[in-house]
Write a protein that binds this ligand. Structure first.
Ligand SMILES: *Cc1c(COP(=O)(O)O)cnc(C)c1O
Length: 335
């Protein structure tokens, strides 16, 4: 047995915000936002890092770990790793948000950019861990990252007073978050903390990279590699997730579904949420609002159902998604 010791402080609980205006706009009376943008490093990736890094440091005595990332996981693990005294080796696509590079660099990670996708980064890391004996903390390669992500599911159940909501939408890349939420809810059910009812889990992807949606529509158990993956929702640019079959299983078991929305819809949703609710969320999270609108139009979600959008990160990590032309005044000018 070992004692779980969190090596980095973080805001353990992220409260739910109600989206009254945004909900009304799309015909939903109880729409909620769980905004993970407020936790350290600005994304939910810190949850996996808090538990995974603690285990690597305290139980295993790891000196160096390595991971491929679309940016945010690398940032969280580098920063938490620095606190724990572990060296991190991070490989991310050259197109990953620049801020995530800086987060890795400032915390002393060995950072590499690959002129390709996260799957290419994964191959490079795979070879390197075999060669150097580093600890591989890629998505679903070590078990504690998902234990950290599970806390999102635990919090949702607790915040709804153990009467789970009807639908949870999640922006799905590697799928760790949705798999973690499902695992949390199943365990709560086994322990008798929640009843028979499960929320319908919805995996949302961008139509620029939607392998899980495609597999879902075709009734397949696994996805196929998505060629030419490209979306502004960079965190969900995962052409083939290792745990795709687990995501598909979670959706199927909860009577959920998988939905793809376009980048234009994502940007529109991001703007609407900022303007109507005063919340600037990441494009990955904004995809959920677009998907909820679509599912409401199809009556897949009913008007009075309780719906949670799980926003995975802060909009300020993606400054390039907003382009503005601002008038420049000279001192002494009047408005
Ligand atoms: C990593 C990431 C995702 C995708 O998360 P998974 O749990 O791997 O599917 C979504 N949004 C953001 C902002 C991310 O960083």
């Amino acid at each position: 047995m070992w004692q779980l010791e969190i090596t980095h402080s973080w805001v353990v609980t992220v409260l739910l915000n109600t989206l009254k205006t945004a909900g009304r706009q799309i015909g939903l009376s109880e729409l909620y936002l769980k905004d993970e943008g407020v936790i350290p490093t600005g994304t939910f990736k810190a949850r996996g890092a808090a538990v995974g890094v603690s285990r690597a440091a305290k139980e295993l005595g790891i000196e160096t770990f390595a991971m491929p990332t679309n940016g945010n996981a690398g940032a969280a693990w580098s920063i938490y790793g620095a606190r724990a005294g572990i060296k991190s080796v991070i490989v991310m696509p050259i197109d990953a948000p620049e801020i995530t590079r800086n987060e890795c660099a400032i915390s002393g990670a060995d950072l590499y950019l690959v002129d390709g996708l996260i799957s290419d980064a994964g191959k490079i890391v795979g070879k390197a861990v075999a060669k150097y004996g580093w600890f591989d903390v890629s998505t679903l390669k070590e078990p504690y990252r998902i234990e950290g992500k599970k806390t999102m599911g635990l919090e949702i159940a607790e915040q709804f007073n153990w009467e789970v909501p009807d639908v949870i939408l999640y922006p799905t890349g590697g799928g760790v978050g949705i798999i973690g939420i499902y695992k949390a809810l199943k365990e709560l059910q086994e322990m008798g903390w929640i009843g028979e009812k499960m929320p319908r889990l919805v995996a949302v992807q961008s139509s620029g990279c939607a392998p899980i949606v495609k597999a879902w529509k075709e009734g397949k158990k696994e996805s196929e590699y998505w060629t030419d993956a490209k979306t502004i929702a960079f965190g969900i640019t995962v052409p083939k997730a290792l745990g795709d079959y687990l995501v598909l299983e979670a959706i199927r078991a909860t009577d959920g579904c998988a939905v793809a929305v376009s980048d234009d819809e994502i940007l529109k949703a991001q703007k609407e949420l900022a303007a109507h609710e005063g919340t600037f969320i990441c494009p990955e999270g904004a995809s959920l609002y677009a998907a909820a609108r679509e599912l409401r139009e199809e009556n897949w979600i009913k008007e009075n159902e309780k719906v949670v959008l799980l926003n995975t990160g802060a909009g300020i990590k993606y400054p390039d998604t907003v382009n503005v032309k601002v008038p420049v005044l000279q001192p002494g000018d009047e408005l």
